[in-house]
Write a protein that binds this ligand. Structure first.
Ligand SMILES: C[S@@+](CC[C@H](N)C(=O)[O-])C[C@H]1O[C@@H](n2cnc3c(N)ncnc32)[C@H](O)[C@@H]1O
Length: 263
């Protein structure tokens, strides 16, 4: 992931953008679970509609983190199991959704019976998984008609100041022409993809919070990090003043892939 992530085998990570908005290690999130939950965006309705089967369906969410997508799944009334290896993150899901069955484990050992779920869903996390192992385990628990649904929330900065405020390199543009199987880093089964544009209105403080969850900013020495975040806040304040608003939009794309294992 452009030096931010160790998994060069995943085509998604090679797009750079997702990597840059993510954190540096797959298990580094828990230490700042509260902040992550507070400042990261949720997923748009259209993407959730496309990825998730109807109310009452049996669904497992894998790599659920602090529950940004879990919230949406609970709202939809699916019968939900949640899998997350980091106990600190899972703790937040237990607090917020005590009715949900949670499992502190990873994708390689899903605590579910063979052919027991209609869908397995993964938000902003598939690129961390050991792909072949994950695909085999997901394939095992899916019912014959079932699918794996993955989503990545990708910011789409429009202006130079937005790239600067996000601390991202414009060279890290999202690859739009990738085959969906390649995106998942898989060679078997069938996959289809859709993208859903959405806009997030953020105040200068929210931009600051969001950028503070980006790996390469998060991992800076404290003084440097604060200076970086001050600059973000100032840039966004200036943009707000220019249009006489308290918040400015940040375009996003929810990139979604559905995968059906070979039967
Ligand atoms: C960027 S976070 C995304 C969290 C959440 N899904 C969201 O949308 O905010 C990636 C998550 O993947 C989890 N993860 C990393 N490796 C994993 C694995 N092998 N199996 C299951 N989850 C894993 C991490 O613990 C972390 O919670």
């Amino acid at each position: 992931m452009s030096g931010l992530d160790g998994d060069a085998s995943c085509a998604v990570t090679r797009t750079g953008m997702m990597a840059a908005m993510d954190t540096a290690r797959p298990t580094s999130f828990g230490a700042w679970a509260d902040e992550y939950h507070r400042w990261r965006p949720s997923y748009p309705d259209a993407a959730v509609d496309w990825l998730v089967p109807p109310q009452g369906a049996q669904v497992v969410e894998i790599g659920a983190g602090t529950g940004k997508l879990t919230e949406r799944l609970v709202e939809r009334g699916v019968d939900l199991d949640v899998v997350e290896p980091d106990g600190r993150m899972l703790g937040l899901i237990n607090q917020r959704h005590p009715q949900v069955r949670t499992h502190e484990t990873g994708v390689s050992s899903l605590p579910l019976a063979d052919a027991s779920v209609d869908a397995a869903v993964v938000a902003d996390a598939w690129h961390w998984f050991p792909k072949a192992e994950a695909a085999e385990e997901v394939g095992r628990v899916l019912r014959p008609h079932g699918w794996l649904g993955c989503v990545w929330n990708v910011p789409l900065p429009q202006d130079a100041w937005e790239w600067q405020a996000l601390k991202l390199d414009p060279a890290l543009q999202l690859a739009t022409d990738l085959d969906p199987l390649d995106r998942l880093g898989l060679t078997t089964g069938q996959a289809e993809q859709r993208t859903f544009r959405w806009t997030w209105e953020l105040t200068p403080q929210q931009w600051r919070g969001f950028v503070s969850t980006v790996s390469h900013v998060r991992l800076l020495p404290k003084d440097e990090r604060e200076a970086t975040l001050d600059e973000t806040e100032q840039l966004v304040s200036r943009a707000c003043s220019a249009v006489g608003a308290t918040a400015v939009p940040l375009a996003h794309e929810a990139l979604c892939v559905r995968w059906y294992p070979a039967r």
